[in-house]
Design a protein around this ligand. Structure first.
Ligand code: ADP
Ligand code: GLC
Length: 495
């Protein structure tokens, strides 16, 4: 099978959050299954191109529709490990991907609509089209719409589209002029069961377009799949998702165990596994030394997160204060594109700067994130909603016990030490329900007590987490089943 994954992130060359991990992990696992996989990405100026080998231009520049004209776009190809990377590099005065960052520009919708349109032209020009196009989130939501609009063209209608929703908090609501930009007809598309936004009838909703026109749609955990159809987590897309429920499901994300694995991780000073857990202590010492935290017997509570409202910012702040008050140490590694949120955490950092037990690092630091997972004892993830969440999975792999809110993928992967219908060997963390300080404290205090009073039991909780299978093996198989099903249904409907 020929599979093209279209994304705006792919670790390690362009990562903002879990989407980057998702594309890297799934694509590499599909390769192991013998599939032919390429990843299609914008050629950002911040792309970490040193990881790509043999990068070269392929074909003539594409002529990509842009309002009433066409803009040239170079296509580059290279190898990222065994994976083929195809990079789209616009040659225009707009400098769409030369902005020193991946997201957060005022014209993000136009930038990624251009990328979507370029991908379509790439498919048109290609003599080896993929069987499956796997699109992700609103920034590639226009691709299924564009593909549907040219289904009469030979070869284009054979391509099947899988569309994965990573976050309904960001649906890509934009003025309908975006359709004009890519050469689509607003009159036929700006209607309720197509692209018209359910919040605001002047807006096009690009995620909605992806849902309507893809052949299969999924999100990244079964629980979030249920929540977005049946609760306000659907952020007004509940009726649409219910309409399309026959082609909708939830598949839990995996972790790339070549990247997130304490037994081989090159970012940490001492490798360890479930059979050599005492070696984790050396990583804890290194973490404290690196951040000039006092070397004590206290447990380390960590937060590694985008600082976005989704992540429960008030609860993160409360958790930090509570952990310190109860005699713990705290390390936060977080970043935000929002100046107000950044200022808030800078204020907290200044307030707590005298504490020998607390370090708040504001920024993005991949290497430090690895060391934090390896050196900490517990990780706090009090999300208001969480489509899947990878940080709890990574933490568990590194023997760091997660304390999480019972939502989305967190609820699918964390099983409470005390209150669970699961057997003891698979219990791996702490859950709470109410998104309130009291709710969070109820879980943190139980974790603290166990750590303090029953260290052997706490140790077993770490080992249980480390032994869990969070690999991509099973989820990749589910995606392959879906891809095959789509190809088969297409063949049946054509015959
Ligand atoms: P989301 O995609 O919503 O941000 P996930 O839990 O799915 O959340 O994935 C987050 C990914 O980003 C993980 O790989 C995590 O280690 C990483 N990450 C989050 N914040 C930072 C940071 N400040 N520095 C480095 N890595 C980070
Ligand atoms: C999104 C979600 C996160 C998920 C990630 C990868 O960023 O917020 O929960 O793990 O995508 O699917």
């Amino acid at each position: 099978m020929r599979i093209a994954m279209v994304s705006t992130e792919c670790a390690p060359i362009a990562k903002v959050g879990g989407l980057g991990d998702f594309v890297q992990g799934l694509a590499r696992e599909l390769l192991k299954h013998g599939e032919r996989v390429e990843v299609l990405l914008p050629n950002y100026d911040v792309l970490e191109g040193q990881h790509i080998e043999d990068l070269h231009e392929i074909g003539a520049p594409l002529r990509v529709p842009f309002h009433d004209r066409r803009l040239d776009c170079r296509v580059l190809s290279g190898k990222l490990g065994g994976l083929t990377c195809v990079l789209f590099d616009p040659l225009s005065e707009h400098r769409f991907f030369a902005r020193s960052r991946i997201y957060g520009e005022r014209d993000d919708a136009q930038r990624f609509a251009f990328f979507s349109s370029a991908v379509l032209e790439y498919l048109r020009a290609s003599d080896r089209r993929p069987d499956i196009l796997h699109c992700n989130d609103w920034r590639t939501g226009l691709i299924p719409v564009l593909l549907q609009a040219c289904e009469q063209e030979p070869g284009m209608s054979d391509i099947r589209v899988c569309y994965t929703l990573h976050n309904l908090g960001d649906q890509g609501r934009v003025g309908s002029d975006i359709l004009h930009q890519v050469g689509l007809d607003p009159a036929s598309l700006m209607v309720p069961d197509r692209l018209l936004d359910p919040h605001d009838e002047r807006m096009a909703n690009l995620m909605q377009g992806g849902i309507v026109y893809a052949d299969f749609v999924n999100t990244v955990s079964p629980r979030y799949a249920w929540e977005i159809q049946n609760t306000t987590q659907g952020m007004r897309l509940q009726p649409l998702l219910k309409t399309h429920r026959n082609k909708f499901g939830g598949i839990l994300n995996g972790l790339d165990d070549g990247v997130w694995n304490p037994e081989v991780d090159r970012h940490i000073p001492v490798n360890y596994g479930p059979g050599s857990l005492p070696l984790k202590a050396a990583n804890r010492r290194e973490l404290r030394a690196r951040l000039a935290l006092e070397e004590t017997e206290k447990p380390i509570f960590a937060v590694v997160s985008r600082l976005d409202r989704q992540k429960g910012l008030d609860l993160i702040e409360h958790g930090i204060r509570y952990a310190l008050a109860e005699g713990g140490q705290v390390i936060l590694l977080g970043y935000s594109l929002d100046a107000v949120i950044t200022a808030r955490f800078e204020g907290l950092r200044a307030e707590l700067s005298a504490s020998p037990d607390c370090r708040l690092e504001l920024g993005y630091d991949e290497a430090l994130a690895h060391l934090i997972y390896a050196g900490s004892d517990m990780i706090l993830i009090p999300s208001l909603y969480e489509p899947c969440g990878l940080t709890q999975l990574i933490a568990m792999k590194y023997g760091t016990v997660p304390i999480v809110r019972r939502v989305g993928g967190l609820a699918d992967t964390v099983f409470d030490a005390h209150y669970s219908d699961k057997s003891f060997e698979v219990r791996n963390g702490y859950l709470f329900d109410d998104p309130t300080p009291a709710g969070l404290e109820s879980a943190m205090s139980r974790a603290f007590d166990l750590w303090r009073c029953f260290p052997a039991y706490f140790r077993q909780l770490r080992v249980n987490g480390m032994r869990g299978d969070y690999s991509w093996r099973q989820p990749a198989q589910q995606y392959l089943d879906i891809y095959r099903h789509m190809i088969l249904s297409r063949a049946q409907s054509a015959s």
